[in-house]
Design a binder for this molecule. Structure first.
Ligand code: 8YV
Length: 315
């Protein structure tokens, strides 16, 4: 009798519809009941064996503690800073994520934001649409090819960003906890030292307690009034209030931001600024990459429940 009962899964985010479809095809899904239906959650909690989460989901120890049958947390995203991995490990609960399949996509967006901010693409589009062109040319932009790029966090995506920047003839430097002997780029031990030497500072380091507000007022001051900040990592890595002040006061030239401290809420001060390009956390948001992420996130659940090795456990 028990083996015919479907496996029960809690989703901890509004997941991509094809991913939801795959989950519903294989399991009994409780869609965010822990957030929107306390009674249904309490009734199902003892039977929930898996959580399907997104990169932005919060899976704190308190939630894990409410799920005595939990065996696996599968994150649809490479970042798992919202998951209390220590609490999961303590109970022997597996945690998986979706590395590699989104490297190209996030790196592409990083370069798109470099170009959009420096070449003033959004402003240029508005310039044409508003008819302002008839009154003369728009203000000049800043050259990207040959400029100096600094990468905060030279992991898999950081390396993919560096490869693209090489094609633009950019000189590349980076900071990370440790220097990478395999990387042919100049290493700086801190974000502030790196920022002082580059025109574009691209942030692509994991979120979480270890990197909270790593990019603060002193780093922005070091980047300087001709420098641009690009963030495709997590909003938590940048001190958002310091960034607003730096953009407003001309401490830096501009910013391209795909992530924010309190998504989907973006501070109105940022929205009011012209020297910033804003995108709604779309680093991995293409059909192709979301499908690859769904295959991996769903594949990890399938592997677990079939007793096969996990495809991509967190390190
Ligand atoms: C999200 C991300 O997971 O991979 C990550 O860490 O932040 C994203 O890819 C994605 O937006 C799904 O919510």
């Amino acid at each position: 009798m028990a083996e015919t009962e479907p496996i029960e899964v809690l989703t901890a985010a509004r997941l991509w519809p094809p991913m939801m479809e795959a989950l519903r095809g294989a399991y009994r899904v409780h869609d965010r009941t822990h957030q929107n239906d306390a009674a249904a959650f309490a009734a199902a909690a003892p039977r929930i064996r898996a959580i399907a989460a997104s990169g932005e989901s919060k899976i704190p120890g308190e939630l894990i503690a409410q799920l005595p049958a939990l065996e696996i947390v599968s994150v649809f995203g490479v970042g798992y800073d919202g998951v209390d991995v220590a609490a999961a490990r303590e109970r022997g609960i597996a945690v998986t994520h979706t590395p590699n399949v989104l490297n190209d996509e996030v790196a592409d967006l990083a370069l798109a934001l470099v170009l959009a901010t420096s070449r003033r693409l959004i402003e240029a589009d508005r310039y044409v649409r508003s008819g302002a062109w008839a009154n003369g040319p728009m203000p000049l932009a800043r050259k990207v090819s040959g400029a100096r790029l600094g990468i905060v966090g030279l992991g898999r995506i950081g390396m993919a960003i560096a490869k693209r920047a090489e094609a633009f003839g950019m000189s590349i430097a980076y900071t990370s906890r440790n220097a990478r002997p395999d990387a042919p780029y100049r290493y700086f031990p801190s974000p502030a030292e790196l920022a002082a030497e580059v025109d574009f500072l691209v942030v692509i380091t994991p979120g979480g307690a270890g990197t909270r507000k790593l990019i603060d007022a002193s780093v922005l001051a070091a980047l300087g009034k001709k420098g641009y900040l690009i963030n495709v990592a997590r909003g938590s890595v940048v001190d958002e209030a310091a960034l607003v002040a730096a953009l407003r006061d001309g401490t830096i030239a501009g910013a391209g931001l795909d992530v924010f401290e309190n998504e989907p809420n973006v501070p109105s001060e940022l929205i009011g600024l012209d020297n910033v390009v804003l995108t709604p956390h779309v680093g991995s948001a293409t059909w192709q990459t979301r499908q690859a992420m769904a295959d991996l996130a769903f594949g990890n659940l399938q592997a677990h429940f079939a007793g096969r090795p996990l495809l991509s456990p967190v390190p």
